[in-house]
Design a protein around this ligand. Structure first.
Ligand code: TYM
Length: 335
């Protein structure tokens, strides 16, 4: 059995990048007979970025409904909230004690915040919390607590998985045993990074996202019409390899459809028409899921039941794992 695990931070509405980078490959993997899947809402991670309780609550519900609408079967996969698993913060502390400060100094999110302060001529650490600094350790605990082999993620998370691997390896080495499984990132190369409206990585922090379900087909179409393109007129050849629109299309289309779209762009398809083609391709995939999503959003109590059962299943793994860890660390009962 291969254990596949991944999570999504509950700070916003799921977007197309979350779907193609993590949710779609994760759900596909969970359908394989040889896979044991663990999917969760990273609501402790959300606290690093937000103190807006209503927003976090809303996002948890939206993300849970999104996973289920995308085909996650809670009878097969273990589906839970990070904050329902107290073993995760416990493991975070043990890992904190072996994590090198130098490694955390190199973490992208923290480094980006420091660099931004420096560029603005401020104190490098201004406004940076210890939570942001410790982000990769919490994420390592998410993964190591369940001995996950593979972690389906977008390219932006690779460094974090490498740090989880590093921490697991360090622990195993210190204690002379294979206590933790060392995880590997599972990246779908075609869509490792989905661009957003402005061509940069689609990200909540850049405010350039296209919502997966929120706002319905109308919002999807409107967002697609706002994708930034160059000024080439209809009839002029477009460069498929230098446009976000084509990259997005490829993430949703078969090889044959992609080849046809490439040809059409090279032959001068107008941007307006190209956007309409892109919208129709995405909408064809998303519409049936959106219907399920709307039904799920109308019944939060049913989702709560699923998550509580998921927490029970997840703790059945994490509790003995952390008990074993306490033994190794000299924290066992006195006898
Ligand atoms: P988060 O919530 O930022 O993103 C969730 C998943 O979506 C992927 N993703 C993308 N993939 C392709 N193109 C994009 N533009 C794009 N934007 C986002 C992310 O790579 C991610 O896979 N720290 C994580 C959540 C987390 C986690 C974990 C993941 C917490 N613990 C343990 C895996 C294992 C995060 O903030 O992802």
């Amino acid at each position: 059995q291969t254990r596949v695990l991944t999570g999504i931070t509950t700070t916003g509405t799921p977007h197309l990048g979350n779907y193609v980078g993590a949710i779609r490959p994760a759900v596909a993997a969970s359908r394989r007979a040889d896979v044991d899947a663990f999917f969760f809402m990273a609501d402790y991670h959300a606290l690093i970025k937000s103190d807006d309780a209503a927003r976090i609550e809303r996002s948890r519900l939206e993300i849970a409904a999104t996973w289920l609408a995308a085909g996650l079967d809670p009878a097969r996969a273990t589906f839970y909230r990070q904050s329902d698993i107290p073993e995760i913060p416990e493991l975070t502390w043990y890992l904190t004690c072996i994590a090198s400060k130098g490694m955390l100094n190199r973490a992208h999110a923290y480094k980006a915040a420091v660099d931004k302060n420096a560029a603005a001529g401020e104190d490098p650490d201004a406004g940076i919390t210890a939570g942001l600094y410790m982000y990769p350790v919490l994420m390592a605990a998410d993964i190591l607590a369940f001995d996950a082999h593979q972690v389906p993620v977008g390219r932006d998370q690779i460094q974090h998985i490498e740090m989880a691997r590093d921490l697991g390896q360090r622990f195993n080495h210190l204690h002379g045993r294979e206590f933790f499984v060392l995880p590997q990132a599972l990246i779908e190369e075609q869509v490792a990074t989905l661009p957003g409206l402005d061509g940069r990585k689609m990200s909540k922090s850049y405010d350039n996202t296209i919502p997966l379900f929120a706002g319905g087909s109308k919002a999807l179409r409107e967002a697609i019409m706002r994708i930034v393109t160059d000024s080439r007129a209809p009839g002029e050849p477009k460069d498929p390899d230098d446009c976000a629109l084509f990259t997005m299309f490829r993430a949703f289309a078969s090889e044959a459809e992609t080849a046809a779209f490439r040809r059409a762009l090279l032959e001068g398809l107008g941007w307006g028409e190209a956007k309409q083609v892109l919208y129709e391709r995405i909408e064809a995939d998303v519409a049936p899921l959106r219907e399920r999503y709307d039904a799920l959003m109308a019944d939060p109590a049913a989702i709560e039941v699923i998550l509580q059962e998921g927490a029970r299943k997840a703790r059945a793994i994490a509790t003995p794992k952390v008990a074993g860890l306490r033994e190794v660390l000299g924290l066992r009962e006195m006898r």
